[in-house]
Design a protein around this ligand. Sequence first.
Ligand SMILES: O=C(O)CCC(=O)C(=O)O
Length: 277
Amino acid sequence: MDYRLTDEERRSFDEQGFFIARDVLPAETLARVVDAADRLYIEYRPKYGLSPHERLNHWDCIGFDEAFLELLDWPRTIAKVIDILGWHIQLYHSHLIITPPLPENDPPQTGRLGWHQDSGRLNIDFETDPRPRVSLKVAFVLTDVETPDRGTTHVIPGSHRFNRMQFPPDNAEHPDATPVRVRAGDALFFDRRLWHASGRNVSRFTRKILFFGYSYRWLRPRDDMTVDHYLEKADPIRRQLLGASPTGGMGYTSPTDEDVPLKGWLETHLGEGAVIP
Ligand SMILES: O=C(O)CCC(=O)C(=O)O
């Protein structure tokens, strides 16, 4: 918990729906994760039948390489997740996006980006306005995307408070659409309700980014979460984050201390009063 949420990050997350934490990955960790991302790309691009210009979006990537597992409880990011969501958390989704440049000779693509809020039916089944937050994503940036032409994430700041977005007519772009300018090693934190979209990569550089979605433990995973092979060697907090519930189904909604070792760890290290009930 040496890298807790700063007041400025909390303000930005509450008001804008996102913030950027700079340099969360040192060079050697970044290199390990990029190597793992490249291995997945080389293996799965042909398996998915993707052309050299098509984007790979590999769900459930955490189970595919220990380099990704290392980031599950990465001190520079997990402390901020805990400060936002508390101790009753799990990883419910992971995905790796690799976006090669669009073909140079293609006509320029125009029109609006694919704006959405995360989590599918959560945006329909809840009856409140705004709907509850429930989860957030940490995006580990693996390549520099400081200019909007490199396919970076675009966001509409403050849009997490709106169940619906009004877009201008004729497929024009939203006036507040903002490209997120980040460097390799940074992490983008965003509320799942924030309206966001992938940009178009019209540069000469391939864009790589890894998303970890953290939610409350009662939410079902959004992908296959093939992580059983990690459980035996994992420490209790990692097991919690990977979705374990030692007391069974009831432990997801009414957890005992055994189900949520993160809570005990925080009480020991921060003091009982400092931990969200
Ligand atoms: O490519 C991006 O940055 C956006 C990815 C996305 O839409 C998502 O994580 O839901």
